[in-house]
Design a protein around this ligand. Structure first.
Ligand SMILES: NC(=O)c1ccc[n+]([C@@H]2O[C@H](COP(=O)([O-])OP(=O)(O)OC[C@H]3O[C@@H](n4cnc5c(N)ncnc54)[C@H](OP(=O)(O)O)[C@@H]3O)[C@@H](O)[C@H]2O)c1
Length: 251
């Protein structure tokens, strides 16, 4: 696989943030992209703009996962890449965590992506395609109060290694990007902070803050493109976080 042109790629969480950036990046490079997310208006608007297909769906619902794979195959006639970006954030002191909310987080961030990957396997085996997961710099440095979210991302990063070993014999590669420091809606949707507050909070922790550059969805999408098209890379967990995970502190 030398480039994305003509490849069938399914992107979950494609209606906003990193998923939208990835879908735009892949479509601009000739991939036949299908995007999904629960908010139909969001995925439809992005899909129309970039010439992608879309299906509104929830990765925690079995029938929706089936529909996602079917939509991607109907659009491209093949599946070369499954890009599991859909995810949510939940934070809070350990003693206050709500069981249903924690289970819902694991369902979306880990179980949904795991089961969708299982559905994609026969189609990816046919193309010698690959799977991408999205971890987090929350696994690289410990943020108090982030236990549910960090635990889901640690699970995803380990899942990457296990599935790379498990699926390699069928020619399927499995990799993970570990973003950090891209100001998206995820904190806002979790009711934690505004995008501007998230940006300011992250800025103080970035080693390269002096160069006045922030991480973008494009940065992450470019790393994803590399992993989707690198035939000798599997089981990689690649940090794309401007060094956020290094744990830099300033006196
Ligand atoms: N921004 C960062 O710096 C950063 C750092 C590390 C990791 N990440 C990870 O990157 C991924 C994308 O996050 P983001 O920052 O781009 O925030 P975002 O804009 O909130 O994106 C999350 C996306 O996931 C979709 N989604 C959530 N639950 C879903 C479900 N059950 N079924 C289907 N789609 C679902 C959302 O769409 P709907 O609400 O319409 O379903 C939304 O489009 C997440 O996995 C996040 O943990 C981001």
């Amino acid at each position: 696989m030398t480039g994305l042109a003509g490849l069938g790629v399914l992107v979950t969480g494609g209606g906003s943030g990193l998923g939208e950036a990835a879908a735009r990046h892949f479509a601009a490079r000739g991939a036949r992209v299908t995007i999904t997310g629960r908010r139909q208006a969001r995925v439809e608007a992005v899909a129309r703009e970039i010439g992608a297909a879309f299906v509104a769906g929830d990765v925690t619902v079995a029938a929706d996962r089936d529909a996602m794979i079917k939509a991607a195959l109907a659009h491209a006639g093949r599946l070369d890449g499954l890009v599991n970006i859909a995810g949510n954030m939940l934070r809070g002191p350990i003693e206050t965590l709500d069981e249903a909310a924690v289970l819902a987080l694991f369902h979306a961030n880990v179980v949904g992506a795991m089961l969708l990957t299982g559905l994609a396997v026969p189609h990816l085996a046919a193309t010698r395609g690959s799977v991408l997961f999205v971890g987090s710099s929350h696994t690289r440095r410990a943020f108090p109060g982030a236990s549910p979210y960090a635990a889901t991302k640690a699970a995803v990063q380990t899942l990457t290694k296990v599935l790379a070993a498990e699926l390699g014999g069928r020619g399927i590669r499995v990799n993970c990007v570990v973003p950090g420091g891209v100001a998206t809606e995820i904190n806002v949707r979790a009711g934690l902070m505004t995008v501007d507050e998230a940006r300011a909070r992250q800025l103080a922790m970035l080693p390269m803050q002096a160069i006045d550059r922030r991480g973008t969805g494009e940065d992450v999408a470019a790393a994803m493109t590399y992993l989707l098209t690198a035939p000798w890379v599997t089981g990689a967990v690649l940090d794309v976080d401007g060094g956020l995970g290094l744990g830099v502190t300033r006196a």
